[in-house]
Design a protein. Structure first.
Length: 764
């Protein structure tokens, strides 16, 4: 018989719900974070991409001879070499079907093109040299002859920019019953409508894209280190589509990642080119994008034109909603892009409201701009913006308080789970009215709005976000006899604190100190599959799977403990990191059971990616009507996160999302010249990101009701603020300008736009 006593538990017995500090922060704040750009191989070739200077045209020729002969240059690769080596294209992983049942039109995006350019910044050639300086100098020698043509911009149906795709329409999609909803709106006693353009945005993460490839001769493979949101997804998309390689030829490793927000979740031409160049030359290759380069190489976001209508009765009950959308998809369909303005909007079309009929129609258009894709919110912000502006307009028509009209239309708690008019199921366990009331309580509805040139306004919105993400998740937990636990997860932290949250979940489940647990991620050689990070799903997907893996560790450990304690497995109990014989003081620790051989378990995701976190956002603004200057003076929210693992990290996620939503409302806009297709907001000199001094103290409150969709009861709220803050701020802006005749004002609400709208209303 073995008696425990080898291990003395420390004091840091973190449990779910405890606000412990992040385990990874010591590494980051002491400069020991390891990002892709930090990993340097002494003999690596530096890659510099030669990019299109025009938006649209035919490639008449690329002369790379002078560049190839320049000092230090190892090679210059173009579309000609890519085609000769059998490279494929950058795939779309989320196709949609047109409303008539036909497939969408997908334009093929080569790693490096041979025939045409389709947006400013599209990579046309890659120069590989011994130093970055030599590569930059040689890139200047590459001569590109492009026969330029007028571009198609802002969802224009002409000129056609891809052969075989008439009117540039990628897809024509519908959800709900658009025809019935349109009729219901027309027949309603009262109606409101609006036209809205969702401003285009960039991700703007602290770390831009980066990739380094090394050739492993022994394994016969390329080892690609990349700043991405999912190692396994990148490997699959690169080998199967972009490179046309056998799966075993590529290994992907992801070190620390400095922000993702969606744009690092997709496959890029540069990643494929770096891996291909490494394989072709059998030399290590590295590429780190510069900030200005990232503006034209990383996907953009948003950019939808929406006509929204709502019908309601004299009591303010919503009868029907329609949204008719033209979505600017950019030059190609990026990874999840087709699903963003379609199903992404459909999931929240009716918000938290009991609406019997609704319809969404979306047309996606190719334009000569950087492709768009999922970015924090991914289709939900424009839908929620239009819905919640319509509700405010309806309240104005009826003279109702904005909170009261929302309260009248909420889905009641006893009606959950609730199937919406677009077929989405809002999960049970929520209390929508409580979230609305909490946010309303934090706002001051008695502001002096119309006295003098300085006007104040308040705005509120109801908010929700269905979690997304890939369920292709496997988790592994290994317990060693030396007192350490290692957990591998297929998700990928981009700054959220996964190393802490997942360790905390395991510490709670296994009853051991959190300091004994190491969480690892981002290596396709170490774990057979993983979905990466996206859709606010990491806690639900990886947290739930790690929970089940911990349970499997305990199950396997009971059999071993029974042998050690000389009893039947049915008599073994587990608690506090120890196995014991029921009714006795005979026990053995988890680590003693692991012994020299270790104890290991793997589990696949077995829950549902189906939770709907919900809440409300409130904002207060102050506007100087003489100059248009605007100041955000209050930003508050109340969200239901389901099971709260770590309240400190949860607050950080909420604050970050609210700030990104504020950026969308007040500052950010990736503007194009509508004649040339040149990006005129291509650096942070022209593209305004929110800074600390621009923001008030943020008030984030939480409700904790468990979702029945997963073993943890979690709801991911990482995108909630990005969905709700833009329209809460918009409603506050319109409230401040009430009575001035301003009816047509679109984000970002810059001082110039506000000043111009006030002056235009005065002229009328």
């Amino acid at each position: 018989m073995v008696q425990s006593g080898t291990f003395q538990w420390g004091k840091h017995m973190a449990r779910i719900g405890e606000g412990i500090g992040r385990k990874e922060d010591l590494r980051f704040v002491t400069g020991r974070g390891r990002y892709t750009a930090d990993i340097e191989t002494p003999d690596a070739l530096h890659a510099v991409f030669v990019r299109s200077p025009v938006a649209f045209g035919r490639i008449a020729g690329i002369d790379s001879a002078a560049a190839a002969a320049a000092p230090g240059v190892a090679a210059v690769l173009t579309g000609r070499e890519a085609a000769a080596d059998g490279l494929g294209h950058i795939p779309t992983g989320a196709p949609v079907t047109n409303r008539d049942g036909t497939p969408m039109h997908q334009a093929r995006r080569p790693v490096l093109p041979e025939a045409q350019v389709h947006h400013v910044g599209q990579p046309l050639a890659v120069v590989l040299a011994r130093t970055r300086a030599k590569a930059l100098a040689a890139a200047e020698l590459v001569e590109i002859d492009i026969e330029e043509s007028p571009p198609a911009l802002e969802c224009a149906r002409a000129p056609a920019i891809h052969d075989g795709i008439p009117e540039n329409m990628a897809f024509d999609w519908e959800a709900g019953d658009f025809e019935a909803a349109s009729k219901a709106v027309a027949d309603a006693p009262r109606r409101v409508d609006m036209r809205f353009h969702q401003n285009r945005m960039v991700g703007g993460a602290l770390e831009g894209l980066a990739a380094q490839a090394e050739y492993d001769a022994g394994a016969g493979q390329v080892v690609l280190t990349a700043a991405t949101q999912g190692a396994h997804a990148l490997k699959v998309m690169l080998t199967k589509f972009a490179l046309n390689w056998p799966r075993e030829r590529l290994r992907v490793i992801v070190p620390d990642v400095g922000g993702g927000f969606g744009p690092k979740g997709f496959v890029y031409q540069e990643q494929a080119a770096v891996a291909w160049a490494c394989w072709r030359l059998k030399r290590p290759v590295r590429w780190v994008s510069e900030r200005a380069e990232s503006f034209v190489s990383e996907v953009h976001a948003r950019d939808q034109f929406v006509t929204a209508r709502m019908g309601f009765n004299d009591e303010g009950r919503i009868l029907a909603v329609t949204m008719d959308v033209d979505a600017d998809m950019g030059a190609f369909l990026s990874g999840f892009a087709p699903g963003v303005p379609t199903d992404g909007m459909a999931k929240v079309l009716t918000g938290l409201y009991d609406v019997s009929v609704a319809g969404l129609r979306v047309r996606g258009f190719y334009t000569n701009t950087v492709p768009v894709d999922a970015y924090r919110g991914a289709g939900k912000p424009p839908a929620i913006y239009c819905l919640e502006r319509l509700v405010d307009l309806a309240a104005g028509e009826l003279g109702l308080d904005p909170v009261e009209i929302r309260r009248r239309n909420l889905v009641p708690a006893d009606a959950l789970p609730y199937t919406t008019a677009t077929g989405k199921v809002l999960d049970a366990g929520g209390d929508y009215a409580a979230a609305l009331q909490s946010t309303a309580h934090a706002l001051d509805w008695n502001l002096a709005r119309r006295d003098g040139p300085i006007r104040r306004g308040v705005g509120i919105c109801c908010n929700l976000h269905p979690i997304g993400g890939s369920s292709a998740e496997t988790s592994r937990v290994t317990v060693s006899g030396d007192g350490r636990i290692v957990a591998w997860t297929g998700t990928q932290s981009t700054g959220q604190g996964h190393e802490t949250v997942f360790a905390q979940i395991l510490a709670d489940r296994l009853g051991v100190p959190v300091d004994l647990i190491d969480v690892r991620q981002g290596d396709t050689a170490q774990l057979r599959r993983g979905g990466g990070t996206g859709g606010s799903s990491s806690t639900v997907i990886s947290g739930s799977t790690l929970t089940r893996t911990a349970d499997e560790v305990i199950r396997l450990g009971k059999a071993r403990a029974a042998d050690l304690l000389e009893t039947a497995a049915a008599d073994i109990e587990y608690a506090g990191g120890h196995f014991s014989v029921a009714g006795t003081d005979r026990r053995v620790s988890l680590f003693d059971v692991a012994g020299d051989d270790g104890l290991e378990a793997e589990q696949d995701f077995a829950d549902q990616v189906a939770a709907f976190p919900y809440g409300a956002v409130g904002a207060e603004v102050e506007i100087d009507t003489e100059t248009g200057a605007i100041r955000l003076t209050k930003l508050v929210s109340c969200d239901d996160a389901g099971r709260i693992i770590n309240p400190v990290l949860l607050a950080g996620q909420s604050h970050g999302a609210l700030v990104q939503g504020a950026g969308q409302a007040l500052w950010e806009h990736a503007a194009y010249d509508l004649e040339t297709g040149q990006l005129v907001a291509g650096t942070f000199m022209d593209y305004a990101m929110p800074r600390a001094g621009d923001l008030p103290a943020i008030g984030a409150e939480f409700i904790e009701t468990l979702s029945p969709t997963n073993i943890l009861g979690a709801r991911g709220i990482g995108e909630m603020g990005a969905n709700g803050a833009p329209v809460a701020i918009a409603n506050a802006v319109y409230d401040a300008l009430r009575g001035l005749g301003v009816t047509d004002l679109e984000p970002p609400f810059t001082p110039h736009r506000i000043w111009r709208a006030i002056r235009a209303a005065q002229v009328v």
